[in-house]
Ligand binder design. Structure first.
Ligand code: FAD
Length: 412
């Protein structure tokens, strides 16, 4: 017999757990099941700090059981298929689960295998990535070891989660080399598949100051297409054709895409992400399905900060839907990317749809377009605490849902 719940949530990551907590805060008796296959919940924004030698890896990981909200049932399995017409999902165990409302938050796919040679060599031969819990500590190991040579940093085509993370890794590495007095002996190159340093132009001048200070060579429209770890060579596709570069260290940001089980399902858009309205986060064809986080189709910066803002909106709109109403709360596309330009200072990018600046603090306290010490304290001290004790527990500090009409009108 099919097991049924009021609400099924796919994914116990940042978005899934925060939504469950926000729902239970409003309606503690709801019957919620969270489908999540992993034993460990990761605070991924902390991996930049691990790669920079500031956090120990274990502060970014907690047992999944410890973050499951009281009152939610954890189903330890993965969803394989969606049957929205029957209000059901099927798990990899073969079991089928029914729902009145579905929240889809499985994140996106880090496509390590899209770069030939990468998976075999990641974590050795000078090849590293802050995008993996296991490889992020190796970044710091390499940075400490390197005294001279060539250090490459790569950024794949958009959309990727935390679009600033590829350059955060680079700036923190350069800062450490500068402090040790070896930066002048290291050639640093940033191979960016895109054509701009950062998607929102207001933050570019401050970042360019650091590019000049560290002597970074910017290679735009240069996409990593192969890594030969043992030979320490990387191949890029550029306008003029393929080029191969030797390296002593390479920090790779993997190409990213929608997860296959979502892309192949009836709830996906043409790009494979869950097709929701960008303001209400409600599915465009199935009113009882909502999505948030990296797996949704909304064109915001894919960040935990975005999921923090989206979760209460999904909660409010889903509860309205269960009572037969249309969505009441709206999402303005808020996302945040704290760019760690040096140890102790951050350029705090906060913006919404269309690159509209959406600062959380008055300019006299934090000017997000400038490198600031207070922003560093936010990233290194406050935000991890807010994540574990606020966001995942249903406290909606600074992210109170706004009325849907107000958000739509502000966007016009
Ligand atoms: P996730 O948190 O990835 O969770 C998805 C969950 O779904 C996982 O637990 C997964 O196991 C589960 N799942 C997957 N498939 C299935 C399935 N078939 N069935 C059931 N469950 C499934 N954000 C910021 O705000 N600030 C930052 O500074 C920042 N820096 C970052 C730096 C790095 C290096 C990285 C990697 C990320 C960074 N982010 C940052 C991005 C942030 O971590 C993500 O945007 C956020 O975690 C997205 O939340 P999510 O719930 O969509 O996905």
């Amino acid at each position: 017999m099919t097991q049924r719940h009021d609400i099924v949530i796919v994914g116990g990551g940042a978005g899934g757990i925060a939504t469950a907590a926000s729902l239970l805060k409003r309606a503690p008796k709801l019957d919620i099941a969270i489908v999540e296959p992993r034993d460990t919940h990761y605070y991924q924004p902390g991996w930049t700090m691990v790669g920079g030698g500031i956090f120990e890896p274990d502060v970014t990981a907690r047992p999944m059981a410890s973050v499951m909200p009281k009152g939610a049932q954890w189903i330890k399995a993965a969803v394989s298929t969606f049957q929205p017409e029957n209000n059901e999902v099927t798990l990899d165990t073969g079991r089928t689960i029914g729902y009145r409302a579905l929240v889809v938050a499985p994140g996106n796919c880090l496509d390590w295998d899209a770069i030939p040679g990468l998976r075999q060599t990641l974590g050795k031969n000078g090849v590293t990535s802050n995008y993996g819990y296991d490889s992020a500590p190796y970044t710091w190991e390499l940075v400490q070891r390197l005294r001279e040579g060539v250090a490459l940093f790569t950024q794949p085509p958009m959309p990727i989660k935390c679009a600033g993370a590829p350059q955060k890794a680079m700036y923190l590495s350069c800062d450490a080399w500068e402090e040790r007095g070896v930066l002048k002996n290291i050639q640093v190159k940033f191979h960016n598949a895109g054509a701009a340093l950062f998607g929102v132009k207001d933050y570019v001048p401050a970042l360019m100051d650091y590019v000049r200070r560290y002597g970074i060579d910017l290679q735009f429209e240069s996409t990593l297409i192969g890594v030969d770890g043992p030979a320490k060579r990387a191949t890029f596709r550029e306008k003029a054709g393929e080029v191969t570069r030797d390296f002593d260290m390479i920090h790779v940001t993997p190409p990213q895409r929608a997860l296959g089980f979502v892309a192949d399902s009836p709830i996906a858009d043409a790009n494979g992400y869950v097709e929701v309205d960008q303001v209400t986060l409600q599915h465009v064809r199935h009113a009882n399905i909502f999505a948030l986080g990296d797996g949704g189709s909304t064109p915001n910066a894919k960040t935990a900060a975005a999921a923090r803002k989206q979760a209460p909106i999904v909660a409010v709109n889903l509860l309205a839907m269960l009572e037969g109403q249309t969505p009441v709360a709206g999402y303005d596309g808020y996302g945040s990317c704290p760019l760690t330009v040096e140890k102790g200072r951050i350029v705090l990018a906060e913006f919404g749809y269309g690159g509209k600046l959406l600062p959380s603090f008055p300019k006299w306290l934090i000017d997000g377009t400038k490198p600031q010490k207070l922003s560093w304290l936010l990233k290194s001290e406050a935000l991890p605490w807010v994540y574990w004790n606020g966001m995942l527990k249903g406290h909606e500090w600074l992210v109170k849902p706004q009325p849907v009409d107000a958000v739509r009108n502000a966007a016009q």
